[in-house]
Design a binder for this molecule. Structure first.
Ligand code: ARG
Length: 281
């Protein structure tokens, strides 16, 4: 076990190079409301949203990661949240099927992107799943959220396609409508996560406590600024800068927290992870 004792410095963590798919928010707007964060009456500063997004992309690049881009389409204001468009593991692509009509065409845009790049193992889903919004990959499992967006039926579908054991988790608080708003994989070579228990049903909380006894447990305060909507490369954890309470516990574990300001995109109900789809394998 890694030490968290004050006297001894934590073991340094190893980053591994990642490939991410992002989509610039040229057409980002809040014109409808499909989660409690979205208020169409609140103005969005589009140039600021773009600058914040570019900062995130530049951080990934500066850390040595590869960022591929999906072409934004007019009329699809949530397309910036690429995490929802597919789940890719070992080069296998599970397409998305969106819960709300407003986002449905995004699924095809993602599929077209993968087809054009020579991906051959692509599964077009029968059941609603919002990609990495609700699927999280750990060393041993595919964690899968349900309750607001992804259908429980999509869990079996994902398990069959990827051949990885799926752990279904029930989300109960509408502010945390996707799994990635309440849980983040910190080290995917181990089973190390951080999460906010209050987002989950009592049974799911017990499952998480049983599978991840050493997890970093986030406070309500840090969860409420979407602090768990973070991306880790195994060493650097890019997370909302406002999640102040997470920085010290991450450092104690040997991670390097990197604060990001995506305040404009938060008006759509998303932050760092929502804007980042990982292309694995
Ligand atoms: N407005 C988008 C929606 O409600 C936000 C998606 C955020 N993405 C995420 N991976 N949690 O669908």
């Amino acid at each position: 076990m890694r030490t968290t004792a004050r006297e001894e410095p934590p073991l340094p963590r190893d980053a591994s190079p990642r490939r991410y798919l992002m989509c610039p928010p040229h057409h980002f707007r809040v014109t409808y409301s499909i989660n409690p964060w979205m208020d169409p009456a609140k103005p969005v500063d589009l140039p600021l949203a773009l600058a914040q997004w570019e900062d995130l992309r530049d951080r990934f690049l500066a850390l040595g990661h590869t960022v591929s881009l999906l072409d934004p389409r007019p009329g699809l204001p949530d397309m910036v949240f690429t995490a929802n468009g597919a789940t890719v593991i070992d080069g296998k692509v599970l397409g998305a099927r969106f819960a709300y009509e407003e986002r449905m065409p995004e699924a095809e845009a993602h599929l077209a992107w993968f087809r054009a790049r020579g991906y051959t193992e692509i599964h077009e889903p029968a059941h609603i799943n919002e990609g990495e919004g609700d699927f999280a990959v750990t060393a041993s499992w595919l964690l899968a959220g349900r309750g607001f967006r992804s259908s429980p039926l999509s869990h079996d579908e994902a398990q069959e396609f990827f051949g990885r054991p799926v752990i279904g988790l029930d989300l109960i608080d509408p502010r945390y409508y996707h799994l990635d708003t309440a849980l983040c994989v910190l080290d995917d070579t181990a089973d190390e996560i951080m999460y906010y228990p209050g987002a989950f049903s009592p049974g799911s909380r017990s499952v998480l406590a049983r599978l991840f006894p050493d997890a970093l447990v986030a406070s309500e305060e840090d969860a409420a600024v979407l602090g768990l909507n973070a991306v880790s490369d195994g060493r650097h954890v890019l997370l909302p800068a406002t999640a102040a309470g997470l920085f010290a516990p991450l450092r104690d574990r040997g991670f390097v927290p990197v604060g990001i300001d995506l305040g404009e995109l938060l008006k759509g109900g998303g932050s760092v992870k929502c804007c980042t789809q990982e292309l694995r394998g």
